[in-house]
Design a protein around this ligand. Structure first.
Ligand code: CP
Ligand code: NVA
Length: 309
């Protein structure tokens, strides 16, 4: 499988075989780390890590992934670059292209990533945009694969169905062939364009995935094997916080809600968490959030290695 030189902006750009390859590669890197086996295959390479928004997991997992792979990462908060003073993204990208081997960026607008990818000849990786969070979804599916497998697995996403994390989880299910239910309040279900694309991915990959969108949180989690939630107010939506917290209240993941799921359901969250899940569910034995967070490291290595190989 050859992914050399590709951009990684959304899972929708990848086939079932390509995503399975990245998951297998992630498992290999996980084993290497467990066995303390050195894997610095890219000594002399450099990566630019551009961040327009805060990050705990993404930044750390990427910097550690680079260190283990022998790559020198350059952390560049946008505020400390000339972008902050109006340098055009297309100029910025063409300059970085002359210095580094890969650009990894967390941006507000997905179109910024598309512009970077258009003007840089080197791979551009999405470290979260308003539209998608594919590095997160890859770690999520590695976790689901390890804990439940993909056969007959029902995933329920409860909360903001039209945010970056929900989109990427949906695209992943559509490509890999899982049943996914999105339970969101009216006005916060995935957009028409996103659903159309997800349905296209099901057909293109002949995956047999089932996509169910509902405004009823109980219907979403009924007999589910995986319950996933994310913040109600994503970065950049702070002005809508009051309204969102009111609208999403019935979609909080509580013990009362999860009792409708399969007995051995797992609880997942990309983190950081706020009010969308109770302490009781989050800290329960069903919660796999730390394994999920750990998998960000192994999957980050797989993506970087595949694009640079
Ligand atoms: N899940 C995730 O992307 O976390 P950070 O915002 O901390 O990177
Ligand atoms: N939807 C959240 C994810 C954070 C990792 C956000 O964009 O803020």
């Amino acid at each position: 499988m050859k992914l050399t030189g590709r951009d990684f902006l959304t899972l929708a750009d990848f086939s079932r075989e390509e995503i399975m390859y990245l998951l297998e590669l992630s498992k290999d890197f996980k084993k290497k780390k467990m066995r303390n086996e050195p894997h610095a295959y890219f000594v002399g390479k450099t990566a630019a890590l551009i961040f327009e928004k805060p990050s705990t997991r993404t930044r750390t997992s990427l910097e550690v992934a680079c260190a283990h792979l022998g790559i020198h990462p350059i952390y560049m908060p946008r505020s400390e670059t000339q972008l902050a003073r109006g340098e055009p993204v297309k100029d910025f990208s063409r300059v970085l292209d002359r210095y580094v081997d890969i650009i990894i960026a967390r941006v507000y607008k997905h179109s910024t990533l598309e512009e970077m990818a258009k003007y840089a000849r080197i791979p551009v990786v999405n470290a979260l945009s308003d539209y998608s969070h594919p590095l997160q979804a890859l770690a999520d599916y590695l976790t689901i694969l390890e804990k439940k497998g993909f056969e007959d697995t029902k995933v329920a996403f409860v909360g903001d169905g039209d945010n970056n994390v929900a989109h990427s989880l949906l695209f992943g299910a559509a490509i890999l062939g899982l049943e996914i239910r999105i339970g969101s309040p009216e006005g916060y279900t995935p957009s028409k364009e996103v659903l159309e694309l997800a349905n296209k991915l099901v057909k293109k990959n002949s995956s047999g995935a089932q996509i169910i969108v509902t405004n009823d949180p109980i219907e979403a989690v009924k007999d589910a094997d995986v319950i996933y939630t994310d913040v109600w107010v994503s970065m950049g939506q702070e002005a809508e916080a009051k309204e969102r917290i009111k609208v999403f209240e019935p979609f909080r993941v509580t013990w009362d809600l999860v009792k409708h799921a399969a007995d051995d359901f797992i609880f997942m969250h990309c983190l950081p968490r706020h009010e969308e899940v109770t302490e009781e569910v989050f800290e329960s034995d069903h919660s796999v959030v730390w394994d999920q967070a750990e998998n960000r490291l192994h999957t980050a290595k797989a993506v970087i290695a595949a694009l640079l190989s």
